[in-house]
Ligand binder design. Structure first.
Ligand SMILES: Cc1ncc(COP(=O)(O)O)c(C=O)c1O
Length: 412
């Protein structure tokens, strides 16, 4: 299927050995979170055993070790997304916190009455709710760009919605429901020509396709470690240095200050200004190990492999008459994620029945209720792939889907 050493990759993931309901686990919920390789698990364990201390606070051995680990992780992230400097990399809890930081700090300061904020209808709630609050408080206007029936964003829609009144465009690089990879470079260029800044939610794209924030010219870019084989509880906010410097801190407290007086305080330089309190060094160590793991395989190889797998799954699913696929139906337009519905079956029933065969998929609105309303469906089933999935996993899914129909009395 590709020249990757697949049997070796699969051995790196202990969870894939699990038996679920007496079946081999087929893990197809990578859009929600990914499994971790031994390289990540071991790096975190070795940090806990030999380097754990509170970083940036002490002169002793362990504090210094923890600081070094934290800074190495920053550098790994900088290099991974090709940012200019680690001053532009802020560690947060997850993509959600990164988006809240941007909205509360940049948005509240720079969006004014009657300015417009433009979102995509397919946004995750994490990239909607913070902007709803900014719009409400600042009396700004929230506008949506709508996708076509193939889940793509037409050029006319971009030109219709982004205007001289737009202050911020906030959108996902890749939709967590449609799987569409949006042409963010073109949208960023267009938004900049209108004087707007662009916030890219890279939660779904960063694990699977090459991200180069310099080439994209993104103003802000966010993602979570747990979707790229790293641990939960650590996320990334990239922001252009001049923007971050102009912004007020989001959270206040220890580690983000320069001097504190009785009535006021001055703040530490970037990136520390945005990293209040003790940071998640365990998470940073795991994130770095995950990035190193991806780099060893090669992100381009990951993209190419998943494209083949997605193409295979799409071809099979499209040949089943009672399956409806949401979003692009060709692998070249999307990442490794397929949302579908089975005629006459609620997605929650689909997920529960598939689970009895050891197949992990996701069902629901996928934190994208405005999109569900726009598509006029209550929910979908979602199968999402990563580098450790195989054609055999796709075949198991297809077999499972036939069983869903049989269980519910429709035949296959
Ligand atoms: C597109 C998108 N944005 C944001 C998020 C939020 O990620 P997190 O829960 O890690 O903050 C997700 C999670 O599913 C997502 O798919």
């Amino acid at each position: 299927m590709s020249d990757l050493n697949h049997s070796k990759i699969i051995k790196d993931f202990p969870t894939l050995d699990l038996k679920v309901n007496n079946h081999r686990l087929v893990y197809l919920d990578n859009g929600a979170t990914t499994q971790r390789p031994l390289q990540v698990i071991n790096a975190m364990r070795s940090y806990a055993e030999g380097s754990h201390g509170n970083p940036h606070r002490g002169a002793h051995f362990l504090s210094t070790k923890a600081t070094e680990e934290y800074e190495l992780a920053k550098e790994a992230v900088r290099n991974f997304i090709n940012a200019k400097s680690t001053e532009e990399i802020i560690f947060t809890k997850n993509a959600t916190e990164s988006l809240n930081l941007i909205a509360n700090s940049y948005g509240m300061e720079n969006v004014h009455k009657e300015n417009e904020i433009v979102l995509l209808i397919s946004e995750h709630h994490s990239n909607i709710l913070p902007w709803q609050r900014v719009a409400r408080v600042k009396e700004a206007v929230l506008k949506y760009m709508y996708v076509d029936d193939q889940g793509r964003l037409p050029l006319e829609e971009i030109e219709r919605k982004i205007s001289d009144k737009t202050r911020i465009v906030a959108m996902a690089h890749m939709s967590n429901v449609l799987g569409t990879i949006f042409p963010v470079k073109e949208i960023i260029d267009y938004a900049h020509s209108k004087g707007a800044l662009v916030v890219i939610d890279g939660a779904q794209s960063t694990p699977h396709i090459k991200v180069d924030v310099k080439e994209l010219d993104a103003d802000f870019f966010v993602f979570s470690a747990h979707k790229l084989m790293g641990p939960m509880g650590i996320g990334v906010l990239y922001g252009k240095k001049d923007l971050l410097e102009s912004m007020p801190p989001f959270l206040l407290g220890g580690d983000m200050i320069e001097y504190v007086y009785e009535q006021e305080a001055t703040f530490a330089p970037l990136p520390f200004k945005f990293e209040a309190g003790t940071q998640n060094v365990d998470g940073a160590v795991g994130l770095r190990a995950a990035i190193e793991y991806i780099n060893k395989i090669g992100i381009e190889n990951i993209t190419a492999y998943e494209r083949i797998l997605t193409g295979y799954a799409l071809e099979k699913l499209l040949s089943i008459p009672y399956i409806r696929i949401q979003g692009p139906k060709i692998a070249e337009d999307k990442g490794g994620l397929i949302s579908f519905t089975i005629d006459d079956v609620h997605p929650h029933d689909t997920a529960s029945i598939l689970d009895t065969y050891g197949i992990a998929t996701r069902a629901g609105h996928h934190c994208a209720q405005p999109l569900m309303r726009y598509l006029d469906i209550p929910a979908t089933s979602r199968a999402s792939f990563y580098i450790y999935n195989t054609k055999d996993d796709v075949d198991q899914l297809l077999e499972g889907i036939k069983n869903v129909r049989k269980w519910l009395g429709y035949g296959s």
